[in-house]
Design a protein around this ligand. Sequence first.
Ligand SMILES: NC(=O)c1ccc[n+]([C@@H]2O[C@H](COP(=O)([O-])OP(=O)(O)OC[C@H]3O[C@@H](n4cnc5c(N)ncnc54)[C@H](OP(=O)(O)O)[C@@H]3O)[C@@H](O)[C@H]2O)c1
Length: 114
Amino acid sequence: MRPDPLRHIMLDMTVDLKYASVLVTGGSEGIGRGLAARFLRAGSKVLVTGRNPEKLARAAREMPGLLTFVNDISKPGEREALAKHVQSSLPDLNALINNAGIQRRISLASDTAP
Ligand SMILES: NC(=O)c1ccc[n+]([C@@H]2O[C@H](COP(=O)([O-])OP(=O)(O)OC[C@H]3O[C@@H](n4cnc5c(N)ncnc54)[C@H](OP(=O)(O)O)[C@@H]3O)[C@@H](O)[C@H]2O)c1
């Protein structure tokens, strides 16, 4: 059983990331991947998700120790599957970075909403 990292916050206002077990949704590239790399370097256990298995495989190759799971967070059934997967693969999860997302460029001026 790993110690609770929050205990360290109470004591000295720092978090010992060696005891963090982190889920980063959308962690195969971009900001999520960068965060996953930082957590891994600090000794955390890190699981990242994404829709594209090739991107996840590349991230796992380039970041030894990284756990990956193919998952589309926009689909309710897949969110359930992710919850189950986390219970078995990362039962001591204590940090979530819900980063998965895309940006759409829209023109506010052409919006027809009242
Ligand atoms: N970059 C910016 O300037 C900026 C500014 C404000 C907010 N954000 C937000 O910050 C987050 C990360 O941005 P980013 O620039 O790093 O994006 P990015 O480089 O496009 O990376 C997005 C990551 O999310 C994954 N992803 C996308 N849709 C997903 C889904 N439905 N389920 C699971 N994974 C999914 C992608 O992998 P797959 O494609 O394989 O699924 C990828 O790993 C996004 O939520 C974005 O909206 C970014």
